[in-house]
Design a protein around this ligand. Structure first.
Ligand SMILES: [Cu+2]
Length: 174
């Protein structure tokens, strides 16, 4: 299942939400159908969350990044913080273009738009892992807690993928 197939029916359901009272039922059906296929590793309130992942890094690296996709079948929500014992602290980051350069910038929160999917991915929004307490080795897993303004907190397990993971879209259909 690729990203396009996942988003199209959801966008369609969201568009209908304005016109038809039954549209939320449709969205909920899509939501549970996706969950049943194992697309999500967790659901929390209106949110369906895919496997969070990081890239493997050399042992000398002190910072890493965590990526995840969050589908929202309900109203607007925000990712407000993340916590993991693998790093001293985390920050929510985005990338901005500044003078022809891509630069990371900390943000207070990240909007999870109503009826849409927020994708934290290389080159865009990400959770910065600062002060890694152990090297990110391919195949290892570590716990992470994401906190949302509306949906609340959800405990997940993140997976460390290869050093070049996410350079294409292959992490979306592994
Ligand atoms: Cu960053």
């Amino acid at each position: 299942m690729n990203k396009k197939n996942m988003i199209k029916p959801l966008a369609f359901a969201a568009a209908l939400a304005c016109a038809l009272p039954s549209a939320w039922v449709m969205a909920a059906d899509v939501h549970s159908a996706e969950a049943a296929k194992g697309i999500y590793v967790a659901t929390q309130g209106n949110l369906g969350i895919t496997l969070p992942w990081s890239r493997a890094l050399p042992p000398s690296a002190h910072t890493g990044a965590l990526f995840v996709s969050i589908h929202n079948q309900g109203g607007k929500d925000h990712l407000v913080s993340a916590h993991t014992d693998i790093a001293d602290k985390t920050e929510l980051h985005t990338h901005v273009h500044e003078g022809g350069l891509m630069k990371m910038q900390q943000v207070e929160q990240i909007e999870v738009p109503a009826g849409a999917t927020l994708e934290l991915a290389p080159g865009g929004y990400h959770i910065m892992l600062i002060g890694l307490r152990e090297p990110l080795r391919e195949g290892m897993r570590f716990p992470v807690r994401l906190k949302f303004a509306v949906a609340g907190s959800v405990e997940l397990e993140a997976e460390v993928k290869s050093m070049d993971a996410g350079t294409g879209a292959e992490h979306l259909h592994h």
